[in-house]
Design a protein around this ligand. Structure first.
Ligand SMILES: C[S@@+](CC[C@H](N)C(=O)[O-])C[C@H]1O[C@@H](n2cnc3c(N)ncnc32)[C@H](O)[C@@H]1O
Length: 246
């Protein structure tokens, strides 16, 4: 198996199908749950949830959370599946990430948002709203009556946006790359520094990049050889930048 890890070994990339990786991790840890966060940005027309979602749940710590990202193609089926797997009482949020790029159909409104379903493993899950505050806008010089100048975002993340096509963040050869800003909000909402993250569908390596930049520990799996290669290059470059001062 082709692998890469960051300096210090806290962030690891595996070129593999995530399913055998998750089975072997469960065997190795004797069925123990470890990850604080699973972020799964799945292929949106893949309905084979039974293959990987129960394993993700098993691998979560009792205080941990899963965020599964998709869109109109499979969100209805995914919601019902997750309600059943995690229990409706552990559903936390249905987050909408709107964007506005790409073409528009002539016969319908443009389909311009992703859906991110957040479930907790148990009612003891952690949430750090103080990590993800956004500015509270006030009009003119009127003082904010609450005395606060920040607020916790709602479940519609209009403020996140995306990187532009010429951005240095863009990794060539991947069509599904998510902005670091989006993944960072998820990571910081439910983990602290040193927290652990699993991304079973790591693609261009966004989750691992965010983990490295924010001092978390992560594992990312990518099945495709060329996508893995590009992710590895991206992360190697980031690792050099982060550690060049040492
Ligand atoms: C929607 S993309 C993820 C994009 C990623 N969040 C990013 O920011 O680049 C899904 C990725 O999962 C990979 N994939 C699909 N099935 C997989 C599996 N069983 N195990 C590991 N990776 C898989 C695909 O090759 C694809 O790169």
């Amino acid at each position: 198996m082709d692998t890469w890890h960051s300096t210090g070994g806290y962030n690891v990339l595996f070129r593999t199908d995530c399913v055998p990786y998750m089975y072997s991790r469960l065997m190795y840890t004797n069925g123990g749950g470890h990850f604080d966060l699973v972020y799964a940005d799945m292929l949106y027309d893949d309905f084979d949830f039974d293959r990987w979602l129960p394993l993700c749940r098993e691998l979560l710590a009792d205080t941990g959370s899963i965020f599964v990202q998709t869109d109109y193609r499979s969100v209805a089926e995914l919601k019902l599946y997750l309600d059943n797997l995690f229990g409706k009482k552990n559903f936390v949020n249905w987050i909408v990430w709107p964007y506005d790029w790409g073409g528009r159909p002539k016969n319908a409104f443009g389909r311009k948002h992703d859906d991110i379903l957040w479930y907790a493993k148990t009612s003891d899950y952690v949430f750090y709203p103080e990590h993800v505050q956004i500015p509270k806008k006030t009009t003119g010089s009127v003082l904010n009556p609450s005395g606060r100048d920040t607020k916790t975002p709602t479940d519609v993340w209009t403020d996140v946006g995306n990187f532009h096509t010429m951005s240095s963040e863009r990794v060539s050869g991947t069509k599904w790359q998510k902005p670091e800003r989006l993944v960072r909000r998820i990571v910081e909402a439910v983990t602290e520094r040193g927290g652990t993250i699993l991304d079973p569908f790591v693609g261009s390596g966004t989750t691992v990049a965010v983990s490295m930049k924010t001092g978390r520990k992560s594992v990312g799996c990518e099945i495709d050889k060329d996508i893995f290669k590009n992710a590895k290059e991206r992360l190697k470059e980031l690792d050099n930048e982060l550690y060049k001062q040492f």
